[in-house]
Ligand binder design. Sequence first.
Ligand code: SF4
Ligand code: SF4
Length: 322
Amino acid sequence: MAKFNTSKLLEFLLKKYVVFAPVERENELLFQRVYNPGEMSASLRLPKNSFKQFLLPHEEVLFDFTSPKVKKTITPQVIFGLSLVDLKALILFDQMFAKDPHYQAHRQNTLIVGQCVVPEDAKFLSIFEENVLERLKFDILLDHRKKGEPKIFTGSRLGQKTLEKFGFNEYEHIDFKGSIEGGVLDPKSQKLKEQMKKVINDKKFWEEFAKDCIMCGKCTVACPTCYCFDLVDEGGEIGDDKAGVRKRRLSSCFYDDFASIAGGENFLKTKAERLRNYYIHKFIRTPEREQILGCVGCLRCFQVCPVGIDIRKILDAALKYK
Ligand code: SF4
Ligand code: SF4
């Protein structure tokens, strides 16, 4: 049986692709660009940031007004080592941006290499549906769950071709069977949605959990399922050939101006209203529209929150709410 060598695979991919992989930096694990296999961390923890910046950049020019056709030259890239929960978040992104040519330009030039990593808090994760490989999208997946060499799966023809060119044929192929079974929300997500509906109009509940929030928006930046953005037009100089550009810039429902409109109205005035909106979006609106939760249980929102607002406590209270 041929031996699988992760470093050699990375070395092979680096010849053709820009590669992003988990890297240790000052005691933090972060997805960053790597230039040689030695830079990649072998840690099976979840990186502090997610994949989203490589598919939905924080700021991106969509077009310029002199030639508004979408012209994108995207360098082929690999995101190496996505955890199971990030692979689940990727499905939501693929659904939300299915018709977005800018996202698709990045996505179609991206090889996804997942690995069987899950967040450390198993108790918290147990309130979500279990991650089943045939319901996740990846090109290649490395399963380190048993000791010894990882077991290798492919989830696309691209993944198969890549491994074959690399010289490894002993993979198992898994066909993607769609993100949900039978077209309906799974029972655990359904329960979270129903409980969230019970609590959503309890003003005191949200005021209590939001009281320390400083509305910095870090939770939305770190969250692998948050994708809200602003469109910003930047004009050129008068007489300049360049008439200006339209940009997409990621935003946050915690920011002051997120829900403000002309005339001074703001639909999310208080921090309690903003926290509540975050949970409505993830546990009610997204599952009703997409049949998939808008939260994958990665816990990054808690880990980056400067005041320690803990999604585990909020969901626990919601699940116990009568
Ligand atoms: S990271 Fe914490 S403090 Fe900052 S907006 Fe999110 S919940 Fe509020
Ligand atoms: S746990 Fe927090 S950061 Fe992770 S997906 Fe859910 S809301 Fe987003």
